[in-house]
Design a protein around this ligand. Structure first.
Ligand SMILES: O=C1O[C@H](COP(=O)(O)O)[C@@H](O)[C@H](O)[C@H]1O
Length: 232
């Protein structure tokens, strides 16, 4: 499916514009079905966007928020994506939203993945909105180059679920939605910032293996158009 690049003069402009687009999409879903869902990324990029979105005037009590991926750490850990969402998105008007975490306090990351898959099955499919990020190594969600379960994660026939991932560049073991869970969102966004990430995107758009730069799976095979939001 084709991708479209939306470029902004500043990160603040991007955050406001993306928040408006996401709020409109969630509101349209609520008007059509009485509920809406969004899966967001962690990392350093989405903070300003989360803060902007949290102020938008929509029926947040009808919105379910989850993460596209998470570290196997509790929510009070500084590296938790849940902590980032709590501090920046589940604030202001968005406090009324329901949050479904991927981290579960289980004995193993595999058990946590099973529990999270069961809990997330209550969220309607497909997601109304998915916001992906991208690392400098071309990973997205927790689809890391060299990842322990990368082939399974990227296989379009792998059922919608949360699986585990371990990789050198990942730090902690990870929990991640599979490609099949994310690729058909009504609004599928890749949010990246900085010249370095633009260069990584250009490389990913070239030829080469998906396993080397897993973002290629999204750029090449997502059934929804990929809306790329970029600011310097
Ligand atoms: O590990 C992660 O990194 C990516 C990119 O993060 P950034 O700090 O470069 O913005 C993020 O999309 C993913 O959700 C996160 O777990």
């Amino acid at each position: 499916m084709a991708s479209t690049l939306h470029s902004f003069a500043s990160a603040a402009d991007l955050a406001g514009s993306l928040a408006d687009k996401v709020a409109d999409t969630l509101s349209a879903a609520i008007a059509a079905r009485g509920a809406a869902s969004i899966a967001v990324s962690g990392g350093s990029t989405p903070k300003a966007f989360f803060q902007a979105l949290s102020t938008r005037d929509i029926a947040w009590d009808k919105v379910t928020i989850t993460l596209v991926d998470e570290r196997f750490v509790p929510a009070d850990n500084q590296r938790s994506n849940h902590l980032l969402v709590d501090a920046n998105l589940l604030q202001n008007k968005a406090k009324a939203a329901r949050f479904v975490p991927l981290y579960q306090p289980a004995a193993s990351v595999e058990e946590a993945a099973r529990l999270a898959t069961a809990k997330s099955a209550e969220i309607g499919i497909p997601f109304d909105v998915v916001i992906l990020g991208m690392g400098g190594d071309g990973h997205t969600a927790s689809f890391f180059p060299g990842g322990s379960n990368l082939a399974e994660a990227l296989d379009a026939s792998t059922p919608r679920s949360i699986i585990t991932m371990e990789a050198e560049g990942a730090g902690e073991p990870r929990l991640t939605f599979t490609f099949s869970s994310l690729q058909d969102a009504a609004l599928l966004v890749l949010h990246i910032e900085g010249e370095g990430k633009k260069d990584v995107l250009a490389k990913a758009e070239g030829s080469g293996d998906e396993a080397e730069m897993p973002i290629r799976a999204v750029l090449r095979r997502a059934t929804s158009p990929v809306e790329i939001y970029w600011a310097p």
